[in-house]
Design a protein around this ligand. Structure first.
Ligand code: FE2
Ligand code: FE2
Length: 257
C-alpha cells in the first residue's frame, strides 16, 4: 500500500478568478496588523475543528488507505491550527496598544472555510472526498492569494507558503481517491458536491442580505417614526403643570383600583 508523497502536489496554485478580481480588497483586509492577527487566530479555530472532523472520518471509513490518508490529513490540519495560532499570538503581542479593529471581512477572506461545513456522519466515502476536494481546492487558491498580498509581512507570507504545500496535497489526494472509490460516477458526485457548495454560498449571501435589510429597516423606523412621537411627547409635557398639584379626579382613594 503506497501513501502519497508531498511532491505529488502541484507546485503552482492560482487563486480563482473571483478572488483575483477582489485582490485590492484582500490587500486592504490583510494590511491592518491587528486584523491580520485576529484572522490568523480565527483560521486556527477552523483548522483545528476540521482536523477533529477528519479524525472522525478516519474512524468511520472501512477503507484502509482512506483511513491512513484521513489521519494524515487530520494531523496536517492540527499542525496548521498550531502554526496559525502561534503566528497570531506573536502578532498580537507585538501590537500591544495599537488601535483595535473589529471588522475581519470574513466574507471576503474566510480561510479554509469548507472545513467549517464538514459533516462526516451520514456521508459515504465518495461524497466526503468530493466535498473535501472542493474545499481544499478553494482554500489552496485563497491561501495562494493571501501569500501574494502579504509582501509586507514575510513571516506570515512564509507561513501561508508552508501551509499551501499541504493544501495542494490535500486537494490532489482527495481527487485521486475519489476516482479510485467511485471510478464510474466520480464526476457526477463532484457536480453534486459543487451544487451543494453553491447552495450553501447562496444561503450565506441570503442571510447576509437579510441581516443588512433588517438593520436598514430598523434604522428607518428610528429615523422616521420615533421623531414625531418624541415631538408629541414634548408638546404634551409642556402642557403639564409643574410641581405638586391636586388630583384631577375626585375619586376617593378607598381601594387600589
Ligand atoms: Fe489546512
Ligand atoms: Fe487542508
Amino acid at each position: 500500500m503506497t501513501l502519497y508523497s508531498r511532491e505529488t502536489a502541484p507546485a503552482r496554485i492560482r487563486p480563482s478568478r473571483f478572488d483575483r478580481l477582489l485582490r485590492p480588497v484582500h490587500t486592504w483586509v490583510w494590511t491592518d496588523p491587528r486584523r491580520r492577527a485576529r484572522k490568523l487566530l480565527r483560521f486556527a479555530e477552523t483548522e483545528a475543528s476540521g482536523g477533529q472532523d477528519l479524525s472522525r472520518a478516519a474512524e468511520l471509513t472501512s477503507d484502509g488507505l482512506l483511513r491512513q490518508l484521513f489521519l494524515r490529513h487530520a494531523l496536517d490540519e492540527q499542525r496548521h491550527a498550531e502554526l496559525f495560532r502561534r503566528r497570531g499570538r506573536v502578532l498580537n503581542r507585538s501590537l500591544d496598544g495599537a488601535a483595535e479593529t473589529r471588522f475581519e471581512a470574513n466574507w471576503f477572506a474566510p480561510g479554509e472555510r469548507g472545513l467549517d461545513d464538514l459533516r462526516v456522519d451520514g456521508e459515504n466515502d465518495a461524497s466526503l472526498l468530493a466535498f473535501l476536494h472542493l474545499s481544499e481546492k478553494a482554500a489552496a487558491g485563497r491561501f495562494a492569494l493571501y501569500r501574494e498580498v502579504l509582501g509586507a509581512d514575510p513571516e506570515t507570507q512564509g507561513l501561508f507558503n508552508t501551509i499551501l504545500r499541504d493544501e495542494a496535497f490535500h486537494m490532489t489526494y482527495t481527487h485521486q481517491q475519489l476516482v479510485r472509490v467511485a471510478p464510474q460516477e466520480w464526476s457526477a458526485v463532484l457536480w453534486k458536491a459543487r451544487l451543494g457548495r453553491l447552495w450553501k454560498a447562496y444561503l450565506r449571501i441570503a442571510a447576509a442580505v437579510a441581516g443588512l435589510l433588517g438593520t436598514m429597516i430598523l434604522l428607518l423606523q428610528y429615523a422616521l417614526l420615533l421623531p414625531p412621537f418624541a415631538l408629541l411627547a414634548k408638546r404634551y409635557a409642556r402642557r403639564e403643570p409643574q410641581g405638586w398639584f391636586p388630583a384631577r379626579s375626585s375619586t376617593p382613594l378607598r381601594s387600589q383600583y
